[in-house]
Design a protein around this ligand. Structure first.
Ligand code: NDP
Length: 280
């Protein structure tokens, strides 16, 4: 594994680079598959070892793309996948994990998340996660799209066991900075920031364009640099284009100045009170 990228550490002691690779919408079109696999492989070559996927994406198609990308090099990758709330009952979780393992072509998932909270009691899903971990099918587990009150519940059920919460976080979705980020920081639980480019919506922003020009950078790099500036936050931008893998990686070298941050705060105000968790 590449050890030169900045890293963060999960409560179980495993560390990962703070920039990873998303895969939503991969596996949807055969015409894009070669580029998607090449992007993920190039990312692995460059040290972007964390790959985020889910059984939901392209109905398992994204996991198959990941499986192709990691074939013959499983140990280069740290695979995150997610179980759907509709599969989160105990027996169904065990089965869903087996299905994901098959599509990924591996015998273990490094971090397995509940995609969002549904109707199944959390205790059942946690029990299944613990069982999967004991059986070596997953190395760690966590949640996604959980607000602070949900996090409190998990913590009460299984103190110190949850590895992460994967949530929406980018310049135009800063709500978690008010309460979830400090809650996680206090407990040393890294946050995974999804849609760090707001699914591409930030790319046309005029303020970001000005800051990018001043840094000789691209808008995507500035948007990523903002997310990456929050301690113990892992950003997982998705790109199916190899050229953009290098571009996104270079965001790690950008340091936003105090003046940049003041400009960003004016254009994208930080939360001054609790906001309900946003999700996509
Ligand atoms: P992102 O904010 O990562 O934006 C992805 C979009 O930006 C794509 O259209 C991509 O296009 C484009 N893009 C990427 N890099 C660049 C660049 N350098 N310049 C210009 N355009 C760029 O959105 P996502 O919603 O995909 O979020 C990232 C990942 O987070 C997902 O893929 C998924 O793994 C995870 N996620 C998790 C959720 C959850 O509920 N837990 C919900 C949503 C996402 P192209 O591919 O053509 O480069």
């Amino acid at each position: 594994m590449n050890t030169t990228l900045p890293r963060t550490t999960f409560p179980n002691g495993t560390s990962v680079p703070v920039l990873g690779q998303g895969t939503w919408h991969m596996g949807e079109s055969p015409a894009s598959r070669t580029d998607e696999v090449s992007s993920l492989r190039l990312g692995l070559d460059l040290g972007l070892t964390l790959i985020d996927t889910a059984e939901m994406y392209a109905d398992g198609g994204a996991e198959r793309v990941v499986g192709e990308a990691i074939a013959g090099r499983r140990d280069d990758a740290f695979i995150v996948s997610k179980v759907l709330p509709s599969n989160a009952a105990r027996a169904k979780t065990l089965r869903a994990c087996e299905d994901s393992l098959k599509r990924l072509g591996t015998d273990h998932i490094d971090l397995y998340l509940l995609h969002w909270r549904g109707g199944v009691p959390l205790s059942e899903t946690v029990e299944a996660f613990e069982r999967l971990q004991q059986d070596g099918k997953i190395r760690a587990w966590g949640v996604s799209n959980f607000d602070v009150d949900d996090m409190e519940e998990v913590e009460e059920l299984a103190p110190g066991r949850m590895s992460t919460n994967q949530v929406l976080y980018n310049l135009s979705r800063r709500g978690i900075a008010f309460d979830l980020v400090p809650w996680c920081a206090e407990r040393r639980v890294p946050i995974m920031a999804y849609s760090p480019l707001d699914e591409g919506r930030l790319l046309g922003n005029a303020t970001l364009k000005r800051i990018a020009a001043a840094h000789g950078a691209t808008v995507a790099q500035i948007a990523l640099a903002f997310v990456l500036a929050t301690p113990d936050v892992i950003a997982i931008p998705k790109t199916g284009r190899p050229d953009r893998i290098r571009e996104n990686l270079a965001a790690l070298d950008i340091r936003l100045t105090d003046e940049d941050n003041a400009t960003l705060d004016a254009a994208f105000p930080p939360p001054s009170r609790k906001r309900p968790l946003e999700m996509i």
